[in-house]
Design a binder for this molecule. Structure first.
Ligand code: 26W
Length: 813
């Protein structure tokens, strides 16, 4: 292809002319994006093929990461970076008068995920490929990703995310590798030679068509790079099925309707995170992914001509939360019904192949499916689950003969509900939490009974983020400064970021860090000014809370504190304070009223403070609409303060906290999730910790003793802001528009302890202001944050999964 800039320019221009039939000066940015990404995809194709060939030859153990979500975002910039071509292409395009940054903006975000869990999967893919592991993603090619958020009159409105409209240049449709997935029907049982045989009859088959996306590993200084595969499945009708389904009497419209109903399986991503809803279509999605993914994995395995006894030595299947748990009974079904295995041997293989990560302890997020729904949709799989349950309960009854209550609690099927977490634990050899505190809570509380039964299965893998996207690509100036100062080894050994500590008090280094932050703030300010028409003071502290909107994440605490600052300024207009810009980005699940009401409140406070002449030079609030991976890449490098203020014990890990830390923001946070591990490294000097800790919170939940009303009555600052929610005045225009928030705090006794933590939160903000006034001290803290963020690279996380769970090794290239 090309090895230098001039060659690149030549080939690029040839492509423009031959593929578009236009001279370069007539092509749009969108055209350039299409041509460039297609070129790079084809270029990567060679390495992709060569990695695949190596994998076939080496027969190295491979891991498949099954996930209903992959929140990958844009690929062009990151792929160029990983291929080692970013600089060459950028400067070649510059010569042609084209800005790469503008071209990157043309790419639609692949938003095939809700938030933390989906973005984690995408970071893991990047690390797996960059470390040279054979590790592939397996997911669904949703026709519509996470909804696009518009703010209309302060309210969230959801629009479909038509991300494929202009085509997705990185994917390759592989119709030749399609898989049949079977739904419905009934199970026919036959007996022969004393054995039972099961066949599914009258089922409905659909095609699962794979679309493969290359996952390009970072090449560093190596001559070639490793390319794994993210295989995304799309549902298509099997033509004969329509006929059968319609009794041979269908008309044109009924055929079309039938096709549509099949395609609906992969039509859209469910926009709920942290709230489980037992929808049939969602269950179909889960089985569709598990069955197609597994059959395709086994088809590849079959080429090795090995016995299935060796499956666990060659293949690891990891399930991202319980959403793909059906892979467990599906693998049992295939081994028993199709490969002739007896139950015990098959179960042993399954339990040595599957591993599971838990991402939340919120009880409303735990998946429970009505038994009848599973029985109707996938009858044979249900029989298998039923049998797994019976045998599991038998083991439990033998172990705990005097404790039927414990057995009932731990059963997989209870009260006509299938508990997916129990099935996932029973059928896997490893169960991990995503931060030390979260894993402790799983072991000691949420999954205590299971931990007592299988202590050796439980382990922690603290989350991480890819420093390639979140530092090297999102913050190129910081990338350059670090590399100039300590060399480039940190790019492949991110813990070596710690070497910049020696410059933490170096005035020249500090001022460069300050200049980079300032520049990033200017870029974000420009984006905000352009989009919303409001000027942004880049000398103010950029205080950022970006994440899904949920009561436990406490955006409401943040905005109540902003209201308090407003009240303070109004009562004392001469107040000498460092100007603050509070920035929010958050999507609420479409049916989550309290979350939507919080968005409305944030927007109301924004319009009040930004337009009040007494206040607007000191305090600004922006709610940036449609928070997404690409927007995060603009906000994070510009942040001074990172808000990680969840009710302690509720945030399993958090990963935004890590991204912001890596970009030099200081955290104000609770002792929750991975904040705890950040604090271990940073201490009180470099982090602002406040509020109840997890034990205190769980103690209140268990024993009571918290009265929100008492706190409200005893703290006039709190009383004032809470009353402002239901009193027509600066913020509320009537008594009811924010009444739900008021009620959740006062009548609902503030389930997430916002009022309880308000005072220490406000106090931490006072400390932030004092610290910011001394820029040298501030910059030192900021450098400490960057320096210690290497631990939170997903490279470290993936190395731990690889050696401690999957037992895989890098492929020797
Ligand atoms: C069934 C509906 C549903 C959908 C998604 C329930 C729960 C989820 C996810 C488990 C929610 C999620 O994204 N959890 C987040 O996972 C991140 C990656 O481990 C953690 O960093 C976050 O703390 C956790 O909230």
């Amino acid at each position: 292809m090309f090895t230098n800039k001039e060659e690149f320019k030549q080939i690029f221009q040839n492509n423009v002319v031959s593929k578009l039939g236009k001279p370069l000066n007539e092509v749009s940015s969108e055209d350039v994006y299409t041509i460039l990404s297609r070129m790079m995809r084809e270029f990567a194709g060679r390495e992709w093929a060569s990695t695949n060939q190596e994998l076939r030859q080496d027969a190295e153990k491979q891991v498949y990461y099954l996930s209903l979500e992959f929140l990958i975002g844009r690929l062009l910039g990151n792929n160029l970076l990983n291929m080692g071509m970013l600089e060459m292409v950028k400067s070649g395009l510059d010569d042609l008068g084209i800005s790469l940054e503008e071209i990157e903006e043309q790419e639609a975000d692949a938003g095939l995920g809700n938030g933390g869990l989906g973005r984690l999967a995408a970071c893991f893919l990047d690390s797996l490929a960059s470390l040279g592991y054979a590790g592939h993603g397996c997911g669904i090619r949703y026709r519509y990703g996470l909804f696009e958020q518009k703010i209309v009159d302060g309210n969230q409105v959801e629009l479909p995310d038509d991300w494929l409209q202009k085509g997705f240049e990185w994917e390759v449709r592989r119709a030749d590798r399609k898989i049949e997935v079977r739904f419905g029907g009934y199970v026919e049982t036959r007996e022969a030679d004393g054995e039972l045989y099961f066949s599914l009859r009258d089922y409905e088959a659909v095609w699962a068509i794979p679309y493969d996306v290359p996952v390009i590993g970072y090449r560093g200084n190596q001559p070639d790079y490793h390319v794994n595969t993210l295989r995304l499945w799309s549902a298509e009708p099997v033509p004969e099925m329509a006929n059968r389904n319609l009794g041979g009497a269908g008309n044109y419209y009924s055929y079309l309707n039938y096709n549509r109903s099949v395609e609906s399986i992969s039509e859209f991503l469910y926009p709920d995170d942290s709230h489980y809803e037992g929808r049939l279509l969602r269950l179909k999605q889960q089985y569709f992914l598990c069955s197609a993914g597994l059959q395709s994995i086994l088809r590849t395995y079959d080429k090795l001509n090995l016995s299935y006894d060796q499956l666990p030595d060659k293949i690891a299947i990891h399930i991202n939360d319980t959403h793909p748990t059906l892979v467990i009974p599906e693998l049992m079904r295939i081994l028993v019904d199709e490969k002739g295995y007896g139950w015990d041997k098959a179960w042993n293989i399954v339990c040595r192949t599957v591993s599971y990560t838990n991402h939340t302890i919120l009880s409303e997020a735990l998946e429970k499916w009505p038994a009848q729904m599973i029985r109707d949709l996938i009858p044979r799989v249900y029989m298998v689950i039923d049998e797994i349950n019976k045998r599991f309960c038998k083991v439990l009854m033998e172990k705990y003969p005097d404790d039927p209550e414990r057995v009932a609690h731990m059963a997989i099927i209870f009260d006509d509900q299938v508990k997916m977490a129990h099935l996932a634990i029973a059928g896997s050899y490893s169960i991990n939490g995503v931060a030390a505190l979260h894993t402790d809570i799983l072991k000691e509380r949420e999954m205590r009974n299971f931990y007592e039964l299988y202590p050796e299965r439980f382990n922690n893998k603290t989350n991480g983020i890819t420093h390639r996207r979140w530092l090297m690509h999102a913050n190129p100036e910081l990338n350059d400064l670090i590399t100039e100062s300590i060399g480039s080894r940190w790019k492949t050994h991110p813990k070596e970021l710690v070497s910049i500590l020696k410059y933490s008090e170096d005035a020249a280094f500090q001022s460069k860090i300050a200049a980079i932050k300032k520049h990033n703030k200017q870029r974000l300010a420009q984006y905000i000014e352009q989009k919303y028409g409001t000027p942004v003071n880049t000398d103010s502290i950029f205080d950022v809370q970006i994440k899904r909107l949920h009561a436990y994440k406490r955006q409401l605490l943040n905005i109540l504190h902003v209201m308090y600052l407003y009240n303070q300024i109004k009562s004392m207009p001469s107040l000498n304070m460092v100007p603050r810009t509070f920035i929010f980005g958050a999507k609420a699940a479409p049916g989550y009223y309290l979350a939507k009401n919080t968005i409305k409140l944030i927007n109301r406070v924004a319009s009040v403070v930004n337009n009040d002449p007494d206040v607007k030079d000191k305090l600004n609030v922006f709610f940036l609409e449609n928070y997404s991976v690409s927007l995060a890449e603009k906000i994070i490098p510009a942040a001074d303060i990172s808000e990680q203020i969840s009710t302690a014990s509720k945030e399993a890990s958090g990963t935004g906290n890590m991204k912001l830390m890596m970009n030099g923001a200081l955290t104000i946070g609770t002792m929750d999730g991975a904040n705890v591990e950040m604090y271990e490294m940073l201490g009180d000097d470099n982090m602002f910790i406040f509020g109840l800790n997890a034990d205190e919170v769980m103690d209140y939940y268990q024993h009571g003793g918290y009265s929100a009303r008492d706190v409200y009555n005893s703290d006039p600052r709190i009383k004032e802001v809470v009353d402002q929610l239901i009193t027509p005045g600066p913020f509320a225009s009537n008594t009811y528009e924010f009444a739900s928030l008021y009620q959740s705090l006062i009548d609902g006794n503030d389930e997430y302890f916002m009022l309880k933590d308000f005072d220490s939160y406000a106090e931490s903000h006072v400390q932030i202001e004092a610290a910011y006034r001394n820029q040298q001290v501030w910059l030192k803290k900021s450098i400490h944050n960057i320096a210690h963020s290497g631990k939170f690279s997903s490279d470290r996380t993936i190395q731990q999964y690889a050696s401690e769970i999957w037992k895989i090794h890098p492929v020797q290239g």
